[in-house]
Design a protein around this ligand. Structure first.
Ligand SMILES: NC(=O)c1ccc[n+]([C@@H]2O[C@H](COP(=O)([O-])OP(=O)(O)OC[C@H]3O[C@@H](n4cnc5c(N)ncnc54)[C@H](OP(=O)(O)O)[C@@H]3O)[C@@H](O)[C@H]2O)c1
Length: 249
């Protein structure tokens, strides 16, 4: 047993500048992985990379905008020396643009599909070939329980997150023969910038509706991601790991 150690592996995490992605990057680094940190905010990525290096980790910032999926392949062909062979990919970057469906315009629909779903497609396409050649890989897509259960006001986001699950299951079948697993983590309500606008009363109501009676922490999601990245999870593929305190059962 390796106790979920990831020494010698290189991981790329999108949306690593804050929130869940930052927590996943920290946890992967703590387990021994080399880290490529991706998002738009260069300063935040550099600060995290610096911090991980100062605690004996190896990490680089690699800023990239997923709103331009056609440029993603070129940008990922420029990974710095020592970080070019990605073993573990975490497609975590995501946005919301909520609106009741009848008021949702095409721009809101396309923007959310583009970052959450097409972004993951573009990054995965750029990196899967290397994993196939090396016959080892872990792809972890961060979806959401709303991709499983739907959510009023989030038709675009629910569609994108459900799309990620379909993409993951298809890829799990396609890449299994190359020893690459593809899995999903589906968080419920996690305390991050994405949920901080929730009014106090709404948060209390929400907590009541969650069987474990609390919002999740970013570490709850990071723990699931580390398991799926590990050697111990080598017989798990095409799985959706719901981390929602029982909100979705
Ligand atoms: N928080 C929750 O309750 C919750 C629940 C279920 C699922 N999720 C999912 O978990 C993931 C992380 O959520 P979070 O709560 O940590 O959100 P967050 O704090 O808003 O972080 C989102 C991340 O995505 C990056 N990002 C956004 N647009 C980007 C773009 N165009 N190009 C590259 N990176 C981009 C952001 O970095 P930059 O701004 O620096 O680009 C940031 O690092 C998302 O996929 C979200 O849908 C969250």
């Amino acid at each position: 047993m390796s106790d979920f150690r990831l020494d010698g592996r290189t991981a790329l995490v999108t949306g690593a500048s804050q929130g869940i992605g930052e927590a996943i990057a920290r946890r992967l680094s703590a387990h021994g992985a080399r880290l490529v940190l991706v998002a738009r905010s260069e300063d935040k990525l550099e600060a995290l990379a610096e911090e991980l290096r100062s605690t004996n980790g190896e990490a680089v910032a690699h800023p990239l905008d997923l709103a331009r999926p056609e440029a993603v392949g070129d940008r990922l062909a420029e990974l710095p020396e020592g970080f070019t062979e990605i073993d573990i990919l975490v497609n975590n970057a995501g946005i919301t643009a909520d609106s009741l469906f009848v008021r949702m315009n095409l721009e809101q629909w396309e923007r959310v599909l583009e970052i959450n779903l097409t972004g993951a497609f573009a990054v995965t396409r750029a990196l899967a070939r290397g994993m196939m050649r090396r016959r080892w890989g872990r792809i972890i897509n961060v979806s959401s329980v709303v991709g499983l259960m739907g959510n009023a006001g989030q038709a675009n986001y629910s569609a994108a997150k459900a799309g990620l699950i379909g993409l993951s299951k298809a890829l799990a079948r396609e890449l299994a023969s190359r020893n690459i697993t593809v899995n999903v983590v589906a968080p419920g309500y996690i305390r991050t910038a994405m949920t901080e606008d929730l009014p106090e009363a709404a948060r209390k109501e929400l907590e009541k509706s969650i069987p474990l009676h609390r919002l999740g922490n970013v570490e709850d999601v990071a723990a699931g991601a580390v398991f799926l990245a590990s050697e111990e999870a080598s017989y798990v593929t095409g799985h959706v790991l719901n981390i929602s305190g029982g909100l979705y059962i």
